[in-house]
Design a protein around this ligand. Structure first.
Ligand code: PXG
Length: 297
């Protein structure tokens, strides 16, 4: 595997950053997790826009134009010969001293691109659905570091995920400080009631998920479903007909149990299955072509 760092490709073993990089010392940086399906990068311009917005929010100037980042990302997939890929794009603050002051990072920010094979979740994950718990860790309020910023600070999410695993579940729901459902540690959440879809609005303090956006578009435009963004509590999830989570890693996966309550009949629901299939069909036929022959198709 070859990893891109600041304009050069390195073998995996040699792909290293400085111990003085503020990305390591403080989690000072931003990232994107992106997928390629069937030779096409899924919703690349949306990912790049979110990256630019996250970087701007933390006063991080991208060291190269976004177009160059896009080209390097496509090149990273090509040099690794991948058609289906998981791509991690990381911008770190760069090398500074042992202080918080970002002005001490004299060198430019660093751009890292890792294009890897997809680690598919076990098929049982999709067939059986997930068990979720409500985490004891609350979502940070939007007046702190906004949850819309995809920064390198993931410790609350990591701790919430560990809490889920300790409880024998796979994912955890973070409630807002007011007790409303916000999102999961690496996914957004939806539920189904009376054939309609519901998901928390971006102002609930969530990451504006790219998969979430695609699912909303597909549900509305291709499936003719009503999708409402609204605040809701776990109570609405417990009594929902179906629930599912969306994310670049997870794609669309049913949530079949939440805090021990079976959701609907406790198995992936029919609408969830349809949406998951529609998402797959869409993802495999849309997106930025990585190779000339895909462009020509
Ligand atoms: N909320 C949070 C907090 C996330 O980190 C999502 C929602 C879903 O957003 P996207 O844009 O991916 O639909 C995320 C994304 C992983 C993994 O390995 C997690 C994410 C992205 C990629 C991989 O679990 N989180």
């Amino acid at each position: 595997m070859k990893v891109y760092i600041d304009g050069q490709f390195y073998e995996k073993e040699d792909a290293k950053v400085s111990v003085f990089d503020h990305g390591l010392l403080y989690g000072d940086g931003v990232f994107e997790g992106i997928r390629a399906y069937n030779g096409r990068v899924f919703r690349l311009s949306e990912h790049l826009k979110r990256l630019e917005e996250s970087a701007k929010a933390i006063f991080l100037s991208l060291p190269i134009p976004i177009k160059k980042i896009e080209e390097s990302l496509l090149e990273s997939v090509r040099v690794n010969g991948l058609k289906d890929a998981y791509i991690r794009l990381v911008i770190t603050r760069g090398i500074g001293d042992l202080g918080l002051d970002m002005r001490k990072c004299k060198k430019n920010a660093s751009v890292i691109i890792i294009a890897d094979k997809i680690e598919l979740y076990p098929p049982s994950f999709y067939e059986k659905g997930l068990d979720l718990i409500t985490s004891s860790i609350r979502q940070r309020t939007p007046d702190q570091l906004s949850p819309a910023i995809k920064s390198l600070n993931y410790l609350p999410n990591i701790m919430a995920r560990a809490e889920a695993v300790r409880a024998g579940a796979q994912e955890a729901i973070l409630l807002s400080q007011q007790g409303y459902v916000s999102e999961c540690t690496g996914d957004n959440i939806f539920y189904v009631q009376d054939g309609n879809l519901y998901t928390p609005p971006t102002y609930a303090g969530i990451l504006d998920g790219i998969t979430r956006g695609a699912v909303i578009d597909i549900a509305r435009e291709k499936m003719g479903l009503k999708v409402e963004e609204k605040l809701f509590t776990v109570h609405e999830l417990y009594r929902a007909a179906e629930a599912f989570v969306t994310g670049t890693g997870a794609e669309v996966v049913a949530a079949v149990k939440i805090d021990g309550h079976p959701i609907g009949s406790g198995v992936p629901g029919p609408l969830t299955k349809k949406i998951a299939q529609a998402f797959q069909d869409y993802a495999r036929s849309h997106g930025t072509p990585i190779y000339e022959e895909v462009k020509a198709r």
